[in-house]
Design a protein around this ligand. Structure first.
Ligand SMILES: [Zn+2]
Length: 82
C-alpha cells in the first residue's frame, strides 16, 4: 500500500466501524434529535420516559459496517479502501 498523495509506503491500515450509508442520514440525525429529546424528557419526568424510550429503541436497528481506513505516516493523508 502506497500513499496516493506522497507515494510513501509508510502507511497504516485501520478498521473503522461506521453506520451503514443507506441509513446513515436518517438514523444519525434522528439519533441526535432523539438523544436531545431523551435528555430533556428524562429531566422533566425523572427518568420514567426512559423506560418507554428503551422499548421504542429496541425496534430500530442500526447496521454497522467495517471500513478500512489508510493513514499515511509520512504526510498524514488518510483515505478509505473499498
Ligand atoms: Zn502520504
Amino acid at each position: 500500500m502506497t500513499c496516493p498523495n506522497c507515494g510513501s509506503e509508510n502507511v497504516t491500515i485501520e478498521m473503522m466501524q461506521t453506520a451503514s450509508k443507506s441509513k446513515h442520514k436518517g438514523v444519525g440525525l434522528g439519533g441526535h434529535l432523539n438523544n436531545a429529546a431523551r435528555g430533556l424528557t428524562a429531566v422533566g419526568t425523572l427518568g420514567v420516559s426512559n423506560l418507554v424510550w428503551k422499548k421504542s429503541k429496541g425496534g430500530s436497528k442500526t447496521k454497522f459496517t467495517n471500513e478500512k481506513v489508510c493513514l499515511c505516516q509520512n504526510c498524514g493523508n488518510s483515505w478509505m479502501i473499498k
